[in-house]
Design a protein around this ligand. Structure first.
Ligand SMILES: C[S@@+](CC[C@H](N)C(=O)[O-])C[C@H]1O[C@@H](n2cnc3c(N)ncnc32)[C@H](O)[C@@H]1O
Length: 188
């Protein structure tokens, strides 16, 4: 990552955190990914050689910027899905080759072709993920990666989806205690 892009990300994260601290309504907060989690997630993307990358939960595009930068190293492309168009997202993602989709994440995954995704990052409404099953598993190609954030900060909200992953013999998975807790699953 070049230094100018790193500085841009740092500034965006700082402004987002300040904005969120002043916003009482959780659903109106940007809730950007912790930088340490973004570092790990994008390293996993690179190690996996992920080319087809899908994110559910765009917000203002902060984490998609990280993903897009990493996907340049793998010759990949990023699609990010959100139910809403957030202020600043178009500007933040301009020129990065990211495809934005305004749709419910579950509906998007349900219509996505099987085994067509190399890395799927879930960072939306956590209580919804289990209801999206089996599509998060179905859309991943063998060798693909499922990543879910906030599993240590909100364990009750992700308990159902983590239980589904735990009993699914198609996955080898573990939680990494970085940021708010990143659950990583490798799809057989
Ligand atoms: C935690 S924020 C995403 C933060 C973003 N990944 C980042 O790090 O910059 C959660 C986002 O999920 C979106 N969202 C909520 N429910 C959703 C759903 N059913 N499908 C897709 N996106 C959803 C919200 O609009 C919000 O932008």
């Amino acid at each position: 990552m070049d230094e100018e892009f790193r500085r841009r990300l740092a500034g965006l994260f700082e402004r987002g955190a300040a904005q969120d601290a002043a916003e009482p309504d959780r659903l109106r907060r940007l809730r950007n990914l912790e930088p340490a989690t973004a570092e790990l997630l994008t390293l996993v993307l690179r190690i996996a050689g992920a080319r087809e990358v899908v994110e559910i939960g765009t917000s203002n595009g902060y984490s998609a910027m990280w993903l897009a930068d990493a996907a340049r190293d793998t010759g990949g492309r990023v699609t990010t899905v959100d139910v809403a168009e957030w202020p600043g997202v178009a500007e933040n993602l301009a020129g990065l080759g990211v495809t934005r989709v305004i749709e419910d994440g579950g509906a998007y995954l349900a219509r996505r072709e099987s085994a067509s995704v190399d890395l799927l990052f879930l960072d939306a409404e956590r209580t919804r993920y289990a209801g999206w099953w089996p599509h998060p598993a179905r859309v991943l190609r063998p060798g693909g990666v499922l990543a879910i954030d906030n599993v240590l900060s909100h364990p009750a909200e992700v308990a159902d989806v983590l239980a589904l992953i735990a009993v699914d013999s198609a996955f080898v998975a573990a939680t990494v205690p970085v940021g708010k807790g990143l659950h990583l699953g490798w799809r057989r």
